[in-house]
Design a protein. Structure first.
Lengths: 102, 503
């Protein structure tokens, strides 16, 4: 799939949902729990089977990013699935907060 | 996508933390969501297509913002103190709105035939309708519409879409990053973009937020101490008044961070504040209504480095707007649209998801590469810091020379006798425009015109010295510190001789 900035993606095997914060302009395999994520805000019915090795969990509000790919997903609903891109689990991006400005 | 997602995440992540109002009786995200749902039901019951918010800042505003989002209608914060004609014209754009206005300040919306609720009434009605969840109504409606007058007389409605505001929040704030002791104080009115974005950014961070709707230096200081405020946002004139008012108790033991923006900060004021409160982190934020607020930030470390540095380039950063925030690109272009290099002054253009550049009834004003013309003049330095030199429309054209009032004002504002100053271009038969200044002297100070002109001549060029300096006891600044320069020009050129100046 070709993700878009601002796109909402939902897991088909657990409750995880994300929003795309940054992405390259290319085809990427975005998965959660090993299954391809679908466009949407809420998990629909569980339609796939989770890969038990990819159920490390996704935490609310955390950023999952691959800097080389230029992809950043932000978890808007947490769940048991592991977020991955092209088969590789996405690490949590360490927070470097800007000072509060407005 | 909807800004209510921010509220859902807050309710999920720290649902029982007080996030709006006082620690003892404020709203938690869970309660805020209930009230927002109740408010959305009230909007639908009234068959309203917008929420026009005319009251002062407070919990009713936060509820209104999210109720509008859930109902799928825009929030339209308006200054209830606008002149009658202007207010009527503005409200005529929203004949089916639900208006929130305090009793006594609701004449205009009633006259316009809108459904009117006082802020307390609005909260009561929302509280009475909280049963059950509400699905946000997805619509194409903007999230927020803010009228900005700019330098033309007809206010333009800036359209902010849900994705602009959400991307701004996600791009600049870390979720739940605030510790429970943090408390923010907002002093700008609800029709200012910072008040709108602030509801979202503080909620997302988990930082309790209070509002002060009638700013006085004494009231601000007392509230900061009483509520143990850790983070505050002010406009430059507020900080100037805090620093310049004699006899105040300036102790702010709880304060960790002070952010300012919305107008140019006189260097003298920020230098005084840095010396007065050395432990406070200062943050300068530059942004526009059209960019969902902040696009560049000068952080605490840069403030401290600038004030301590011998290097003029580093010192100059104190007057800068800092570095672009994540997701934002800034370009400086000449009059032909060509990109300029470091150090070259031109017009500032900005691109990013949070940049709307859309006006009601006029569509998008971004160029083919997605860049929005801020109409601010400025330059980037060699390290990418943005330096704003003033509104392009304020540029004085004297003969063949373009003169930025800001650089002359900076010199005047540095003079110890000067409390406030403005420089404008006044029509002149020979030069097209001539330069005039209006100065507010410090109490008991002389602010001698000869001395001021010499200061300008010494720092800038002779051609930039004001032809005339007029003395007023205060400048007509708005509540957020903005000056309407054409009103100043009108007063200076008025036929009657009530305001004689010194050449």
């Amino acid at each position: 799939m070709r993700p878009r900035v601002g796109q909402m993606l939902a897991s088909t095997v657990d409750t995880t949902a994300v929003i795309v914060v940054r992405c390259p302009d290319s085809e990427l395999d975005v998965t959660c729990g090993g299954a391809a994520m679908i466009e949407g805000t809420a998990p629909g019915a569980v339609t796939g089977t989770a890969d038990p090795d990819l159920m490390g969990g996704s935490l609310l509000g955390k950023r999952y990013a691959d800097e080389d790919l230029g992809l950043e997903l932000l978890c808007t609903k947490q769940g048991q699935g592991t977020l991955a891109v092209n088969g590789v689990p996405l690490p949590v991006k360490s927070a470097k907060p800007l000072p509060a400005s407005d | 996508m909807n800004v209510s997602m921010i509220l859902d995440m807050a309710a999920e992540g720290f649902g029982d933390r007080v996030v709006v109002g006082r620690a003892q009786d404020g709203l938690t995200p869970v309660r805020l969501r209930e009230l927002a749902a109740g408010g959305a039901r009230a909007v639908r019951a009234a068959d309203a297509d917008a929420i026009v918010y005319l009251a002062t800042n407070g919990p009713a505003f936060a509820v209104a913002q999210f109720a509008a989002a859930l109902a799928g209608v825009p929030l339209v914060p308006v200054n209830y103190r606008l002149g009658e004609e202007q207010l009527d014209a503005l409200l005529a754009n929203h004949p089916r709105a639900l208006a929130i206005a305090a009793p006594g300040q609701d004449v205009a919306p009633r006259r316009a035939g809108l459904t009117v609720r006082g802020p307390a009434e609005w909260l009561t009605e929302a509280a009475a309708n909280t049963d059950g969840d509400i699905e946000p109504r997805l619509s194409d409606a903007p999230a927020v519409l803010i009228y900005t007058s700019g330098t033309t007389s007809t206010p333009k409605g800036v359209v902010l879409r849900h994705h602009n505001l959400v991307s701004y929040v996600l791009g600049t704030v870390e979720f739940a990053a605030a510790d429970p002791a943090e408390a923010a104080l907002m002093s700008v009115p609800p029709y200012h973009i910072a008040a709108v974005s602030n509801v979202l950014t503080n909620l997302y961070a988990g930082r309790r937020t209070l509002t002060l709707d009638q700013f006085t230096p004494e009231g601000w200081l007392a509230l900061v101490r009483e509520q143990r405020i850790t983070h505050a946002m002010v406009v430059p004139t507020m900080l100037a008044r805090i620093m310049d008012t004699a006899g105040l108790d300036l102790s702010v033991p709880s304060m960790r961070s002070l952010a300012y923006g919305g107008a140019r900060m006189p260097v003298r004021v920020i230098e005084t504040a840095l010396r007065t409160w050395p432990r406070v982190d200062f943050v300068n934020a530059y942004g526009l209504t059209e960019t969902s607020s902040t696009v560049s930030v000068l952080g605490p470390a840069e403030h401290r480095a600038a004030v301590a540095s011998e290097d003029p380039a580093v010192r100059a950063r104190l007057g800068s707007a800092g570095l672009p925030v994540p997701g934002i690109e800034i370009e400086v272009r000449d009059g032909n649209g060509e990109s300029l290099g470091a150090g070259e002054t031109g017009q500032i253009w900005v691109r990013g998801e949070q940049v709307s550049g859309e006006y009601a009834g006029q569509g998008s004003a971004v160029d083919e590469r997605g860049f929005f013309h801020t109409r601010d003049r400025g330059h980037l330095d060699t390290d990418g810091y943005v330096h704003i030199e003033g509104r392009a429309d304020d540029t004085i054209i004297r003969g063949a020379e373009n003169i930025a009032p800001a650089e002359i004002e900076d010199v005047l504002l540095r003079h110890p006798d000067v409390l406030d100053a403005v420089v404008v271009g006044v029509p002149d038969e020979e030069w097209g425009q001539r330069i005039e200044a209006v100065v507010v002297p410090r109490d008991g100070a002389k602010a001698d015109a000869g001395a001021l002109r010499a200061a300008v001549r010494g720092t800038l060029r002779g051609s930039k010295t004001p032809d005339r300096i007029t003395y007023w006891t205060e400048l007509p600044r708005t509540v957020t510190g903005k000056l309407v320069r054409r009103d100043i020009v009108a007063a200076l050129t008025a036929p009657e001789d009530g305001k004689k100046g010194q050449p």
